[in-house]
Design a protein around this ligand. Structure first.
Ligand code: ADP
Ligand code: MG
Length: 251
């Protein structure tokens, strides 16, 4: 469970996440909340407030009921898988090295790591025998992104943070990974997922609920159908546009 409670973040006097100031919200276990908004609206900042890569200027963020400010950052990050744009893989580590990294730091024995890595590579549809010894430069963009997802799931974190995970991919690969998303993120324990995207169609397809950010403010939150039915704010209407109000569909 993730809860934003009157959170804001300021840089040099300029408030970039304010949103979260006006309305507090929660993301439940098993739920995917998509944060959508234009570039610069504060999506990445909001995400990083959860794993303490950014500290709030005011307000509090809770993970599983405990203020993250009171949680050890290293322990917190083990419990919050983080998928960054373009995979964010370490170029000098093999696929297996990247995926198993956190478990290695946690002192797992090598057999257990190898077995978990193989399970995860299968989950993200990369044949372990073919891919585990490759390096990131030997992978396509889509394959790198798959490895990034596998890495984030290594320690079976209850919380998953995904920052434009499919944003840099060609349309066909993006479509394929979106279609696999539920499987990728919902195996194992019920996960609380916060997924950032600037693509409304992606948010509709993947989100149980959507939160719309505009200039750091949370302007609306609801299910895809609720948002399509009645955008209550000018910013939401502007962001959604006039041609994107129909409900449902994968588009
Ligand atoms: P998004 O992910 O929606 O594109 P960000 O959360 O990355 O937006 O950024 C929101 C705003 O905060 C932007 O105007 C950005 O320039 C600013 N910002 C983000 N990080 C910093 C920082 N470390 N220092 C100063 N300004 C920042
Ligand atoms: Mg961003």
């Amino acid at each position: 469970m993730i809860r934003f409670d009157s959170v804001s973040r300021t840089y040099a006097g300029r408030t970039v996440v304010d949103a979260l100031c006006q309305v507090s919200f929660e993301v439940q276990p098993g739920e995917t909340l998509c944060l959508v908004g234009a570039s610069g609206s504060g999506k990445t900042t909001a995400l990083r407030l959860v794993n303490r890569m950014v500290e709030p200027s005011a307000g509090r963020v809770f993970v599983d009921g405990v203020d993250v400010a009171r949680q050890d950052p290293v322990a917190l990050r083990r419990r919050t898988g983080y998928v960054v744009q373009r995979g964010g893989l370490f170029p000098h580590l093999s696929v297996a090295g990247n995926v198993g990294l956190l478990a290695r730091l946690d002192g797992w024995d090598s057999a257990r790591i190898a077995s978990r890595v193989a399970t995860l590579l299968e989950l993200v549809q990369l044949e372990p025998a073919t891919f585990r010894d490759r390096f990131p430069h030997q992978l396509s963009g889509g394959q790198r992104q798959r490895v990034g997802v596998a890495r984030a799931l290594m320690l079976d974190p209850p919380v998953l943070l995904m920052d434009e995970p499919f944003g840099a991919l060609d349309p066909a690969t993006r479509n394929e990974l979106q279609a696999e998303f539920a499987q990728l993120t919902r195996v194992g324990r019920p996960r609380t997922t916060l997924l950032v995207t600037h693509d409304l169609a992606e948010a509709r397809r993947l989100g149980d609920r959507i939160a719309v950010l505009a200039a750091g403010r949370l302007v609306q939150i609801g299910t895809p159908a609720e948002l399509a039915d009645g955008p209550t704010s000018i910013a939401t209407t502007a962001f959604f546009g006039s041609d994107s109000m129909e409900v449902g569909g994968a588009g």
